[in-house]
Design a protein around this ligand. Structure first.
Ligand SMILES: *Cc1c(COP(=O)(O)O)cnc(C)c1O
Length: 559
């Protein structure tokens, strides 16, 4: 179906969008969420256009050496293979230089043929300086100035490009996280009036929607006004900018808050935490989801097609999974597990087997996600594996190039795996991406998540697992507060809020759950285990999907 530009009313802006493993323009959950959102919009015929940057060198390609040292290689890919270069250009001013921006288009095709355009902005244009050509090379690379310049390209360049491309009827601008909030300034300039007040703040606010993803103030993007003045000059008067974005520093979250009529966190708890952080604003919550047909593995797709026809565009109907015979659920999972174990053995020569309880942990490797919590007391872990039931562990995830503690975590897991390999097999798979994630979340028996409370705004990988009948063992934070029904959709690690002994206490609860409940259920009460698998699908798959989420955005934020 041809895109009718006049029909498109909503622009979705995101610093990263993850659509396909071969297009490396994402780093983690935020980008995957953006991609899944667009896919559901395409399935549901929501008149959206998405805007992001191109990233010719991607995030990075991850290699890990035998010591566990992460190496970051530029990701080689050819945009021409997947995207179409559009014939229009716009400019923005960065440090007084005129920077030319071109646009590439990707189309996300929905289930009934409707397609959503994704615009990827690119400054690697002849005539731009070397520095400026590099601005759209690396996702989350470079220094503060580089980041601010990228946000100018995304926010200001993005609004200009949409206009240049003929999308004249856009009346909703959705900022997925604060990185895009400079778009509000371009809209203000667009609507500047002769009479007082010259700035149409209310008008811009009516058009803007803001989704925050960060539950701690330190995580919000901020720039000093010195830098802002140097890079952006007097784009709008600094005194006025300070009223909108903060007195001391330009806080991108604050800017978005001040110029949006609808603001939301990404899970119920996160909405509450954000409301406390910003009491002057009215903050809602729309809990994240995942795109069901992207994240259901092939074997489960076959099973759902047989028992729940139409589930792809109606994932609410996954509730009927309770009627699928247990044996078929189990056999379907074994197929997915076999694919994963074969892959692991081929890549790593770990010699994992199909029968052992297999636990997966994969996500951005950063300190608060505590990939090493399971190794808090390795003696105890070995003891459990020897006396209660065998386990094998599969890890994956990239650490940001500048995140030294994150990189240390990877080393620690590799070192530990060497030390305890006689008792517990552990692998760390390189270069976590969409493809690998799909194999992992469907192939393991248990999905583990151990963030330090209250840092996890939502988390989405557990939602992907539940779509494949894989239960979670997780800290009660983010989405899991809503998704966990103890012993029915998975298990909670009882967590305390940030205190000095939080790691010790959380680890203790984690071991206890494994020892007393999970491992015995897996090996001795298989019927009960399969019942939990079915409830993961029926209760969590049917709800934690982007079809439900997008419908909430349409009703509450876009209309
Ligand atoms: C889903 C996904 C994530 C997010 O995982 P969380 O556990 O929600 O942090 C990160 N990276 C990839 C490749 C994913 O598919």
């Amino acid at each position: 179906m041809k895109i009718r530009k006049q029909k498109i009313r909503i622009a979705y802006f995101s610093m990263e969008i993850g659509l396909d493993s071969r297009i490396p323009t994402y780093s983690g959950g935020l980008g995957i969420l953006a991609g899944d959102t667009i896919k559901s919009c395409a399935d549901l015929n929501v008149p959206v256009i998405a805007v992001t940057l191109l990233y010719r060198k991607g995030y990075f390609y991850q290699k890990i050496d035998e010591q566990g040292q992460q190496q970051e290689l530029p990701y080689e890919w050819n945009p021409r293979k997947f995207l179409k270069l559009l014939p229009r250009k716009v400019t923005v001013t960065i440090e007084g230089r005129t920077v030319s921006i071109q646009a590439w288009q990707y189309r996300v095709s929905g289930i009934d043929g409707y397609s959503v355009p994704v615009i990827l902005l690119d400054t690697d244009v002849p005539g731009n300086s070397e520095y400026d050509r590099n601005l759209s090379y690396y996702l989350y690379g470079g220094d503060e100035k580089y980041r601010l310049a990228q946000e100018i390209i995304l926010g200001i360049g993005g609004v200009r490009m949409l206009k240049e491309l003929g999308y004249h009827r856009i009346n909703r601008y959705h900022m997925n996280e604060g990185h895009a909030s400079l778009l509000t300034l371009e809209l203000l300039r667009d609507r500047k009036r002769q009479e007082e007040p010259i700035w149409d703040v209310d008008g811009v606010r009516r058009m803007c929607v803001f989704t925050t993803h960060t539950p701690v103030a330190a995580g919000h993007d901020q720039f000093s006004y010195d830098l802002v003045t140097q890079v952006l000059a007097e784009f709008i008067p600094v005194d006025f900018l300070k009223q909108l974005g903060g007195e001391d520093r330009l806080n991108m979250t604050l800017l978005a808050l001040n110029l949006s009529h609808y603001i939301n966190g990404v899970a119920k708890q996160h909405g509450k935490v954000s409301q406390k952080m910003f009491p002057a604003y009215d903050i809602n919550s729309i809990t994240n989801g995942v795109h069901s047909s992207t994240w259901v593995c092939d074997s489960f797709k076959g099973l759902y097609d047989k028992y729940i026809p139409g589930w792809k565009n109606d994932p609410f109907s996954l509730r009927y999974a309770l009627r699928i015979p247990k044996e078929e659920v189990w056999n379907t999972h074994q197929e997915a597990k076999k694919l994963l174990i074969d892959y692991v053995n081929e890549k790593t020569n770990a010699g994992m087997d199909y029968e052992t309880l297999t636990i997966g942990f994969a996500r951005r490797t950063t300190a608060y996600k505590r990939a090493d919590l399971l190794f808090f007391d390795t003696g105890r872990l070995i003891n459990i594996a020897q006396n209660v039931g065998k386990i094998q562990l599969i890890f994956s995830g990239k650490a940001h190039p500048k995140d030294s503690p994150g990189k240390e975590l990877i080393k620690k897991i590799i070192t530990t795996s060497g030390q305890i390999k006689d008792n517990i097999k552990i692998v760390y798979l390189e270069d976590y991406n969409i493809e690998l994630a799909k194999m992992l979340i469907s192939g393991v028996d248990l999905w583990l998540n151990t963030p330090r409370k209250p840092r996890e705004a939502s988390g989405t990988s557990g939602m992907k697992a539940s779509h494949n009948g894989v239960a979670s063992l997780s800290i009660l934070d983010g989405w899991w507060i809503e998704g966990c029904i103890e012993g029915l959709t998975g298990w909670a690690i009882d967590s305390v809020l940030d205190t000095e002994s939080i790691d010790e206490k959380d680890a203790h609860s984690l071991y206890e759950k494994l020892e007393l409940v999970i491992i015995p259920t897996f090996y001795k009460h298989r019927e009960m285990w399969i019942d939990i698998m079915r409830h993961s699908i029926a209760i969590n798959g049917s709800f934690f999907n982007t079809h439900r989420m997008v419908q909430q955005y349409v009703l509450h934020a876009y209309l």
